[in-house]
Design a protein around this ligand. Structure first.
Ligand code: UDP
Length: 407
């Protein structure tokens, strides 16, 4: 696994040196991360890389996961959806299921660390151990809780308020709380299979496997088949653009087999595409990191035409590969794209079509957008910045009244 030195050519001497200095300030501090899964999802992906890097700079970092019966995870899945706004009702029995699993995990986990760093709602109840341990506790919310269904936020709020610090991904995802809050954006790992440099032959192989020609411009959207990602709108925009400029479209995504709505959306996408030879619909299994990397790298223009979005990691992934990105101006996307500087923000099918035509006919402008986007991601959305922000949060907990950290 890549060590910190391997990030030096990517982020520069100063960033790596600063991480080491922050590490010195925190040497030996024990940090325990707790979430609910070792594999799958962005949280696990980030912890997988972050924990060894924190250890490398001198922290005693650990990562543990909570366990629970199926009924607990069914409940937390409902809670997750309700925090995103889906209507639900939480009963006293739900509360009991939640508390029971929390008690069992309290009995089996070793929570004796200087800082306990809890990720997302499932393990939030572990804060109960703070009373006896008198250590510091952080709750990191990775989801958008700005418009929850009635009763969902209330289910966890009294527990969240017992923490010393909360972390949200973006201002618009957060809630007003009586405890300190910090904003730390997500990140991508430039050395992971999803984002590392690929050889031309690796890219060619993937294109060949999915039946895409490399002699015609490629317009791509990588996303779960979800209505909020508007794949039908992408097809319509592509067709309008193709009336003027010859090009082909890749719609790549997964999540369709275990998600009934995903399967339905995929079906509608196939119907809309009909027998159009320029439209390639690629249904990807969950571990397709190299494939996604290759598809993004092979693209002339990348689209993320979301109608509603969390952060939108696919945007940073494409910008990091120097691609001109056309994306919906929703959720965390405007944090990643400044219109006409580091990408294009659109609101409609027609606007998306206009900019596809424009970027395919103005390759120099398109290349400039990609270049600026890549620098923006380098400065703001790589794993090293995430690590730095976490260490600053740890220092803040030790000295909440210091506004300057002397290194
Ligand atoms: N992704 C994937 N397989 C797919 C579709 C998406 O691995 O079939 C990845 C994508 O590369 C990105 C993440 O899943 O890393 C999606 O994150 P994003 O924030 O863009 O959207 P979300 O799916 O969380 O709404």
């Amino acid at each position: 696994m890549a060590g910190l030195e391997e990030y030096r050519p990517i982020v520069g001497e100063g960033v790596v040196a600063e991480l080491r200095l922050l590490g010195e300030r925190l040497t030996g501090r024990s940090i325990l991360n707790v979430n609910s899964t070792r594999v799958g999802g962005g949280v696990a992906e980030i912890l997988n890389r972050l924990v060894p890097l924190l250890q490398e700079v001198g922290l005693d970092a650990r990562w543990d996961v909570i366990r629970g019966p199926q009924e607990f995870f069914d409940l937390t899945k409902r809670l997750h959806n309700a925090l995103h706004g889906k209507h639900d009702i939480f009963t006293a029995q739900d509360r009991e299921i939640f508390n029971h699993a929390t008690e069992q995990n309290l009995a089996s986990l070793d929570l004796g660390a200087d800082i306990v760093f809890i990720h997302d709602p499932q393990p939030v109840g572990l804060i109960r151990a703070k009373r006896d341990l008198s250590n510091k506790w952080i709750w990191r919310c990775h989801i958008d809780v700005s418009a929850p269904a009635h009763g969902a936020w209330e289910f966890i709020a009294p527990t969240v308020e017992k923490y010393d610090l909360t972390v949200f991904s973006a201002p618009q995802f957060s809630r007003e709380l009586p405890i300190p809050e910090v904003l730390i954006a997500p990140s991508i790992d430039p050395l992971s299979d999803k984002n590392r440099e690929l050889r031309g032959s690796e890219i060619e192989q993937v294109l060949k496997r999915i039946g895409v020609r490399s002699d015609k411009p490629i317009v791509t959207q990588v996303s779960r088949f979800d209505r909020f990602k508007d794949p039908l709108g992408v097809i319509d925009a592509f067709r309008l653009a193709r009336e003027r400029v010859d090009c082909q479209l890749i719609l790549a995504g997964g999540g369709a087999t275990d998600d009934p709505e995903g399967a339905q959306v995929l079906k509608e996408v196939r119907e809309r595409a009909a027998d159009d030879n320029d439209i390639h619909i690629v249904d990807l299994p969950p571990t397709s990191n190299v494939e996604i990397n290759a598809i993004q790298r092979a693209s002339t223009v990348v689209i993320q035409k979301s109608l509603k979005e969390g952060f939108g990691l696919t945007v940073s992934e494409a910008l990091w590969k120097g691609k001109p990105v056309i994306a919906g101006a929703v959720g965390g996307i405007p944090l990643q794209i400044t219109h006409k500087y580091s990408g294009i923000l659109t609101h409609t099918v027609e606007g998306t079509a206009f900019w596809i035509k424009m970027l395919l006919s103005a390759p120099e402008f398109a290349a400039k957008l990609g270049e600026n986007g890549r620098e923006h991601v380098r400065n703001n959305f790589l794993l090293t910045r995430h690590m730095r922000d976490y260490m600053l949060a740890f220092l803040y907990l030790e000295r909440p009244h210091e506004s300057v950290v002397e290194l």
